[in-house]
Design a protein around this ligand. Structure first.
Ligand SMILES: CN(C)C[C@H]1CC[C@H](N2C(=O)N(C)Cc3cnc4ccc(-c5cc(Cl)c(O)c(Cl)c5)nc4c32)CC1
Length: 318
């Protein structure tokens, strides 16, 4: 780790705090070389305590995720007292478009991760009004793959599954499908299916699995919600079934497209050319440094230059 904030200030202009949550503060930043806006998540090591392991989990997970609807990690800087995560800027605030959530989650599961903390607060909108899934601090990547059982009880109570509340071993992808059912209900109804100020009462409601269907819900929506919020996880809809469910596909002829448009490891020639010239080094050397993907200034410059290209802006460095 570098000793001071100098490493951060060498590559970024840091502006006002744009949000905070848990043990992090998020500030607006500008990456000097590309001019691109970024969100800088700042964590004080002394405040983290045991949670520093959750930060490591989030960083390791996000290093392995590259998808149009997953908030991108560009750069990690660790000093003696702080951890900085430079992230894709999503100024659109919290909102969600449901089929995009399914796409983002199907991709995360395809990479072997379960998010485990799905809720409206973790779905942001970027400058072009695209949805971005955030906060992988509670995600899990079971060693033997997603089919293996998890035990950690985590996430927000109102979105927790009956099996998790009862302390049973559970399958991450089945838990995420239940949470998406809660999300869909909140989107369609404007309130949560299971809610109570008293945690124990809330848990009893969830394990009973009974909730009201407001009169404005269509029969198709009532059916889908019922299939997703099945107390028995083995009776619950699977992610695969969700991708081509009639309700989800209504009006479309193809299942939800969930594959990443920006797979990890892809090398863009234009960005390499611009960086080789700007850093006065050979293309081969530049390709090597970018491929190493150390989530340092090289990674941040490459990924932010690529983001510029995807937004149709010139692939130029300052
Ligand atoms: C309620 N949460 C537990 C934290 C809250 C922190 C501010 C954040 N935010 C805001 O609240 N704006 C109002 C602006 C804003 C703009 N772009 C952002 C880009 C990324 C993130 C982000 C934040 C955290 Cl804690 C992450 O782990 C990741 Cl992977 C990403 N937050 C952003 C963000 C929304 C979430």
């Amino acid at each position: 780790p570098v000793e001071s904030t100098s490493e951060l200030l060498k590559h970024y202009e840091v502006y006002e705090t744009i949000g905070s949550g848990g043990f992090a503060k998020v500030k607006l930043g500008i990456h000097i070389l590309t001019g691109e806006k970024v969100a800088i998540k700042i964590m004080e090591k002394k405040d983290l305590g045991v949670r520093s392991s959750l930060v490591k989990i989030e960083i390791e997970a996000m290093k392995n995720l590259s998808h149009q609807h997953v908030c991108r990690l560009y750069h990690v800087i660790e000093t003696s007292s702080k951890i900085y995560m430079v992230l894709e800027y999503c100024p659109g605030g919290e909102l969600f478009d449901y089929t995009i959530i399914i796409s983002a989650l199907a991709y995360v599961h395809s990479q072997g991760y379960a998010h485990r903390d799905l809720k409206p607060e973790n779905l942001l909108i970027d400058e072009d009004h695209n949805l971005k899934l955030i906060d992988f601090g509670l995600c899990a990547k079971p060693k033997g793959g997603l089919g293996f059982e998890l035990l950690t009880c985590c996430g927000s109570p109102a979105y927790a599954t009956p099996e998790l509340i009862q302390g049973k071993a559970y399958i991450g992808s089945e838990a995420d499908v239940w949470s998406m059912g809660i999300l869909l209900y909140a989107l369609l109804c404007g309130f949560l299916p299971f809610d109570d100020d008293n945690c124990m009462v809330l848990y009893r409601k969830i394990t009973r699995g009974k909730y009201s269907n407001p009169h404005w819900l269509s029969p198709a929506s009532i059916l889908l919600l019922n299939q997703m919020m099945q107390v028995d996880p083995k009776r619950r809809l699977t992610m695969k079934q969700l991708l081509d469910h009639p309700w989800v596909m209504k009006g479309y002829s193809t299942p939800v497209e969930w594959h990443s448009k920006h797979p990890l490891g892809h090398i863009d020639e234009d960005c390499i050319t611009e960086m080789a010239v700007a850093f006065k080094q050979s293309r081969q050397r530049t390709i090597q440094l970018v491929s190493d993907c150390k989530y340092d200034q090289m990674t941040a410059t490459y990924l932010l230059l690529l983001a510029k290209k995807h937004q149709g802006r010139p692939v130029r460095l300052r």
